[in-house]
Design a protein around this ligand. Structure first.
Ligand code: AKG
Length: 321
């Protein structure tokens, strides 16, 4: 299957730049139009080098070990990805990106003014030749009651250079059907020119309509780190599995990073909105055996350490008296 690099879309934009103010207004028009017609658009550079570096460092710090007890780390529920939840907690850059003026303007044109950022996470994808994350549109709203194809936008940002296992998207496939899993044979029927393989350097950012058919590309030959932010109207009724998992919980935020927010930013980050809050939420899944076993071993370790401390204290008292 021949893929095309979407960076071609924005080369022409950059080439036409003269007066900064005019360029910004014109740029937003072009980018918004591209998102509208293709369902995906690559954004011009949004981050400074230092901002990106801090975000990379903060993200890396969560990738060193699996999250456990008093260790922050990644979550693992499948073989080939290490998930980093709630990235807005990690560094100022993640918050600034979420409410970046260019992102807000384009997303507002696409979704209107009732959207919020409803999820902010990322992952490290591990090298594999397996197509474990195949073609799909992102199902999120309750399709048993919602007849409308609701709009949702994801903002993606690569934190590492990506030359394989890039994000794949079929241009113009958005808004055509309720989001679902899509078979490879269905994708073979699309004109090759519509297939986009979004390779790019660390810092590459793009917006896409999540009802469009997309996937993580295969093969993934080197590890890839990326974050994905999810914007939709929080009043739309969610599908049951996301309610049960509490996927769209109110954003977890770090007070240190909230100093410069406008009222619009506060709305986008969901300040004071309890629509999808579930008080006293407890995930209804069985605790894995490995978790129970490691907790038991750790508990035994703590008891042994406590016993050794007591023996050492008694010995000290005996020899010093
Ligand atoms: O990791 C990728 O490239 C694909 C992301 C994706 O499928 C999604 O966010 O729904």
């Amino acid at each position: 299957m021949v893929m095309r690099n979407i960076n071609e879309f924005t080369k022409n934009l950059a080439a036409g730049r003269d007066d900064a103010a005019t360029w910004r207004a014109a740029e937003i028009d072009v980018l918004a139009a591209e998102l509208d017609s293709s369902g995906i658009v690559v954004l011009p550079n949004l981050l400074g080098a230092e901002q990106l570096r801090q975000m990379q460092l903060a993200f890396e710090s969560r990738l060193r070990r699996i999250r456990w007890n008093n260790f922050d780390g990644y979550l693992k529920t499948e073989c080939h990805r290490h998930m980093v939840e709630d990235v807005l907690l990690l560094d100022q850059g993640f918050v600034d990106l979420a409410v970046h003026p260019l992102v807000k303007q384009i997303v507002t044109r696409y979704l209107g003014t009732d959207y919020e950022l409803t999820e902010a996470k990322g992952w490290k994808s591990l090298p594999t030749r397996r197509d474990f994350h195949g073609w799909h549109g992102d199902a999120w709203y309750d399709q048993t009651t919602e007849k409308k194809i609701h709009r949702e936008i994801k903002l993606a940002l690569y934190l590492t250079d990506v030359s394989t296992g890039a994000f794949n998207f079929i241009k113009g496939s958005h808004g055509k059907q309720h989001p679902r899993l899509v078979k490879n044979q269905e994708v073979e029927n699309f004109d090759r020119s519509r297939l986009v393989e979004l390779t790019g350097a660390a810092g590459t950012a793009f917006l896409f309509d999540t009802s469009g058919i997309h996937r993580q590309g295969v093969p993934m030959l080197e590890p890839r780190q990326a974050i994905f932010y999810n914007y939709h109207d929080p009043r739309v009724r969610l599908q049951q599995e996301d309610v049960s998992y509490y996927r769209y919980h109110p954003l977890l935020l770090n007070a240190a990073f909230l100093g410069r927010l406008s009222r619009e930013d506060q709305r986008i980050l969901g300040f004071g909105n309890k629509t999808n809050l579930q008080s006293c939420f407890e995930r209804q899944t069985q605790t894995p055996l490995a978790f129970k076993a490691s907790s038991a071993v750790f508990d035994a370790q703590l008891r042994v350490r406590e016993l050794l401390d007591r023996i050492a204290a008694r010995l000290r008292r005996t020899f010093h008296s």
